[in-house]
Design a protein around this ligand. Structure first.
Ligand code: AMP
Length: 379
C-alpha cells in the first residue's frame, strides 16, 4: 500500500476530480491534477496542478514522474495518454478498458461477447449500411460511436428516411443505431475492482433524466429484489470480464417484463453515485483513492436512503436577472447535503453542484428532495 503522504495523479479537472481529491486527501494523500484549466473544480481542490492539454506528451511525462499512481475522471481522456502514463506508474483504469468505453461499437461488441444483455442495435459506418437496417430497429436512437455524453450526439429516428438525414447531420461519423427501449426504469450500478481482483458492488440506484441529463437519483432503486440482485451480479461479471481496475458505473434499462439491458458503461465514478458520499460506508471517490493506493477495498453498504438532486446552471436564471439560488433556505433543511463545484460561471445545462437528501426511509428522502427542488425552483 502507498504510504499516506504519497502523491496521486488525476487526469481531468471537473467535479469528479474535485470529489476524488477531497476523498484522497481525507486519507492523507496528496493530489496532482492535470487539466487545461488551472482554476477548474478539481484544480481548486488539488494540492498542485499541471496546466496542460490531455495529449501534451511533456506534461504527461511530468505528471508520471511526480505521482505514485494515476487515475482519470472523464472517459474522453486520450487513451494514448493513459498508455504513456502506464509505462511510468500504475494507471487505473487501463487504456484498454477506457478505449472500449469510449467507442459504442467496441462497447456493444464487448457486451455481446461476454453474454451481457443488450437491446437490438446495428453499427452504421456508411450510407450503404442503412440499406440493410431491419424494421425491428425503428423507432430507434442514432448515437455517435464516440464523444457523446448527456444525450449529446443522439437523434431519435422513426424510419430509414429520418435515419439517413440524422446520419448526414452527424457528418457521417461512425454511429450505432439502437432500437428504442420501452423501459420501466433506468438504473445504474457502481462497482469497484482492485488490482488484486477483489471486487465490491454498491446498491442499485434509480435514475431519472430530463432533457438527456441526470435529474434525480433514488436509492435504493424501486425495483424487484430479483432485478436488484441481477443488476449487481451483472456489474461484477462485467468488471471481471474487462479485467478492470478502478471504479466503474454500469447504466441499465429495466424492461416491462423485469429484465435488464445494459445501456453503457462509464470507466470512472459517476454522477449517479454522488449519494455514496453521505449514504454509504465508503464513497465511490474514497474507493477510487483506495484502489490507487493499493489499500483494501471499503464496504459499499447503504447506511440510509438517499435521493440526489442535480443542480444545473439553469436555476441561476429562474428570474429576470441571473441570481444566486436560495442557499440559506436550502442549508436550513436537515438531511439536505449541498455540494457546489466551484465553477465560476453558471450556464444553462451546466452541472454546478448537487444536493443529496438522506433519511432513514426513502419516502422521507423523496419528500425532502421535492422541497429542495421547490427552493431551487427546479421544474
Ligand atoms: P446515453 O447517452 O446512451 O446514456 O443516453 C442518454 C439517455 O437517452 C438515456 O439515459 C435514456 O434516457 C435515453 N436512451 C438512450 N438509449 C436509449 C434506448 N435505446 N431506448 C430508450 N431510451 C434511450
Amino acid at each position: 500500500m502507498l504510504a499516506p503522504g504519497s502523491w496521486l495523479g488525476c487526469l481531468g479537472g471537473g467535479q469528479l476530480g474535485r470529489m476524488f481529491a477531497h476523498a484522497a486527501q481525507a486519507l492523507g494523500y496528496r493530489v496532482l491534477v492535470l487539466d487545461p484549466d488551472g482554476d477548474g473544480p478539481a484544480a481548486q481542490a488539488a494540492d498542485d496542478v499541471i496546466v496542460a492539454d490531455y495529449d501534451d506528451i511533456g506534461a504527461i511525462a511530468a505528471l508520471g514522474a511526480r505521482v505514485s499512481a494515476v487515475t482519470t475522471e472523464f472517459e474522453n481522456v486520450p487513451a494514448q495518454s493513459l498508455e504513456q502514463l502506464a509505462a511510468l506508474v500504475p494507471t487505473r483504469p487501463s487504456a484498454a478498458s477506457v478505449r472500449i468505453a469510449q467507442d459504442r461499437r467496441l462497447e456493444k461488441c464487448f457486451f455481446v461477447k461476454n453474454g451481457l444483455p443488450v437491446g437490438e442495435f446495428a453499427v452504421i459506418e456508411s450510407e450503404a449500411d442503412i440499406a440493410s437496417i431491419g424494421v425491428h430497429l425503428f423507432p430507434g436512437i442514432l448515437k455517435t460511436a464516440a464523444l457523446g455524453y448527456d444525450g449529446k450526439g443522439q437523434a431519435r429516428v422513426a424510419n430509414p428516411v429520418e435515419l439517413r438525414a440524422a446520419f448526414a447531420r452527424m457528418n457521417g461519423v461512425p454511429c450505432v443505431l439502437e432500437a428504442l427501449v420501452a423501459f420501466e426504469a433506468e438504473v445504474s450500478v457502481l462497482v469497484a475492482r482492485a488490482a488484486n481482483g477483489d471486487t465490491r458492488v454498491w446498491p442499485v440506484q434509480e435514475n431519472q433524466h430530463v432533457g438527456g441529463i441526470l435529474d434525480l437519483t433514488i436509492v435504493p432503486a424501486r425495483i424487484s429484489e430479483t432485478c436488484f440482485v441481477e443488476a449487481q451480479a451483472l456489474a461484477l461479471r462485467l468488471v471481471t470480464a474487462l479485467d478492470y481496475v478502478g471504479v466503474l458505473c454500469v447504466e441499465l434499462f429495466v424492461t416491462p417484463s423485469g429484465g435488464l439491458l445494459v445501456n453503457e458503461i462509464a470507466p470512472r465514478p459517476h454522477n449517479s453515485g454522488h449519494y455514496t458520499i453521505e449514504a454509504c460506508v465508503t464513497s465511490q471517490f474514497e474507493q477510487q483513492a483506495r484502489i490507487l493506493a493499493n489499500a483494501p477495498l471499503g464496504d459499499c453498504a447503504l447506511t440510509q436512503a438517499a435521493v440526489m438532486v442535480n443542480v444545473l446552471g439553469d436555476v441561476w436564471f429562474e428570474s429576470a436577472t441571473p441570481m444566486q439560488p436560495a442557499w440559506r433556505e436550502l442549508l436550513a433543511l436537515p438531511g439536505a447535503h449541498l455540494h457546489l463545484y466551484g465553477k465560476a460561471e453558471a450556464r444553462p445545462a451546466r452541472k454546478m453542484g448537487h444536493v443529496t437528501c438522506t433519511a432513514p426511509e426513502l419516502e422521507e428522502a423523496l419528500s425532502l428532495a421535492e422541497r429542495v427542488k421547490q427552493i431551487l425552483r427546479i421544474a
